[in-house]
Design a protein around this ligand. Structure first.
Ligand code: AMP
Length: 535
């Protein structure tokens, strides 16, 4: 067989060749634009030409601070197209972390949305490697600024040659993309994706038993393009020639619902908090979301109650997946096997609320205190993964040794595995609650709490206990206008949990603190709970 290299630009070339008429619907600060893959291809070639003229060389890092829109998509292909590395930066991180990651990655150019530009101005004098800033504005006019070497994206690429070729001679194992993931302590950790890993990961997203990304889809990545490359969806969607709907800056649930209806979106991807907010919106304002063939959800456990509401109230199939920055991210997808279709509704829901089975191409093992955990749905252990789209180190970071020892990625997620090989994440290693020497899964309690009709969101944290070492406390946000007290909440849990699993207390909150990518921020929540008890 021939040994063809797997390169990112080839995916765009396929879209240009076979799907030039297919569109990207892109919402930017200035409104909604429709751009065909033919136009995206030409603009990306202009971008690639200008990057080369700006002195960007193979292996150089190019940073982005941007929302989901067509210009960001052009960077996804244009930067690797000349052998450089597209480094997507989370715009919601603290200024301190943003400075750290730009300097650590040694970004040479920065591409920034106009509404994020003030942040860059604020930290610019602490950036040690950035030579130019290109502002991705709809206006030709640039914001007034003291920074030198600031350009407008549209003016800048207009000078590039639309017939520029992408590099064909690149090493498929060379880095092409980069994302940082937050650490519980210390600076964020960088992960580099290669051309090969990105292409293989895109193929795994297109498999029928995974997300089945196809030409016939209209895909809306709500998950930000700075969060594990929007889970790799933009790459897979371009390759397959799917239409994409990019929701742009500062979108609201109302706007998402409107775009799903007007663009007949078939797959929408995001974290559970997004889908909880969308359900709340749909309750108040009816919108036609029947075009959806899948709500793809990952990043945190999808509560069974939410899956049920999407499917039973709105007739929208739900697809629960699991992964992390280090895994590109797709690692497992939860689907029923053919012979499980006749199970009861509750049994099926229980399976689908789990994280599912490993996608083809990866290997897993679950390592507990006494070696590999048995597949009996009971023994817990840390999930460890390896495969062609799993990272083998953090970027120039001594924490690599701990996370990637003996050829496996140690995910830090604790899970059980049932007889079918379906994993169930029971917690992050650090979030498990150790009560009297036994483990309590905060995730199990949270899922059960969120199935209570009055509960909008719930998070369970450990509080120190002199007798038991740690005990669970539930932090609950009720739906607007709904009522429930501590006893009602505990009564709801009682039938499903051993007595010692029941939270010692139920605290009611207006809001649960979230991370920059919409997950519960347990560290901050633990501090709030501690402050309440020490009052
Ligand atoms: P990130 O690198 O920011 O994408 O975070 C990855 C982490 O999110 C994983 O290690 C898990 O702890 C968590 N996670 C991702 N998907 C799921 C899921 N479907 N269920 C439970 N936890 C998840």
């Amino acid at each position: 067989m021939m040994k063809g290299s797997l390169l990112i630009p080839q995916m765009l070339e396929r879209a240009e060749q076979f799907f030039p008429k297919k569109e990207v619907v892109s919402r930017t600060g200035g409104g909604v634009q429709r751009i065909t893959y033919k136009e995206i291809g030409a603009r990306t070639r202009q971008l690639a030409d200008m990057l080369t003229k700006a002195g960007v060389q193979e292996g150089d890092k190019v940073g982005t601070l941007a929302w989901n829109h067509h210009r960001h998509l052009e960077l996804y292909f244009g930067v690797p197209g000349i052998g450089a590395v597209v480094h997507t930066i989370n715009i919601r991180l603290s200024a301190e972390h943003i400075i750290f990651i730009i300097n650590h990655a040694e970004d040479k150019l920065l591409f920034v949305d106009d509404d994020v530009f003030p942040l860059v101005e604020q930290v610019f004098d602490q950036l040690t490697t950035v030579e130019k800033v290109i502002v991705m504005t709809d206006e030709q006019a640039l914001p007034e600024t003291k920074i030198e070497n600031v350009f407008s994206y549209e003016d800048w690429i207009a000078e590039g040659d639309a017939s520029t070729s992408f590099r064909k001679d690149l090493d498929e194992t060379a880095p092409a993309g980069m994302c940082f993931t937050s650490a519980t302590t210390g600076n964020p950790k960088g992960v580099e994706y290669t051309h090969r890993s990105t292409v293989l990961h895109s193929m795994s997203l297109a498999l029928a038993d995974s997300a089945a990304v196809s030409e016939s889809d209209s895909i809306m990545p709500v998950v930000p393009m700075f969060h594990v490359n929007a889970w790799g969806i933009p790459y897979a969607a371009v390759w397959m020639g799917a239409e994409q709907v990019m929701p742009g800056p500062r979108f609201t649930p109302e706007l998402l619902a409107g775009m799903i209806a007007s663009e007949k979106v078939t797959v929408a991807a995001g974290v559970p908090t997004i889908w909880l907010a969308l359900l709340k919106e749909l309750e108040q304002n009816k919108q036609d979301v029947s075009s959806l063939r899948a709500v793809l959800c990952g990043g945190s456990a999808a509560p069974a109650g939410m899956i049920r509401t999407f499917e039973e109230t709105y007739g929208v199939p739900f697809l629960h997946a699991y992964g992390m920055t280090e895994t590109s991210p797709l690692a497992t997808v939860s689907r029923l096997k053919s012979y499980q279709q006749d199970l009861s509704t509750e049994e099926k829901l229980d399976i689908r609320a789990r994280q599912g089975i490993l996608v083809p191409g990866l290997e897993m093992r679950v390592v507990g205190e006494h070696g590999e955990a048995a597949w009996n749905d009971e023994e817990m252990g840390e999930l460890q993964l390896r495969g062609p789209w799993i990272a083998d180190q953090y970027y120039k970071d001594e924490r690599s040794e701990e996370a990637f020892s003996d050829g496996w990625l140690h995910t830090g997620d604790v899970c059980t595995v049932d007889e079918e090989g379906v994993i169930k994440i029971v917690d992050r290693t650090k979030d498990l609650i150790k009560s009297g020497g036994e483990w309590i899964s905060s995730v199990d309690l949270e899922n059960a709490l969120m199935a209570h009709p009055a509960v909008f969101e719930a998070s369970v944290v450990a509080v120190p206990d002199p007798e038991w070492q740690e005990r669970p406390v539930a932090c609950v946000v009720l739906h607007d206008g709904a009522e429930a007290d501590k006893e009602a909440v505990l009564d709801h849990l009682r039938p499903d949990f051993a007595k010692w699993w029941l939270p010692d207390d139920v605290l009611f909150f207006e809001e649960i603190p979230k991370t920059s990518v919409g997950k519960f921020l347990k560290r901050a929540l633990r501090d709030q709970v501690e402050a309440i008890y020490n009052r």
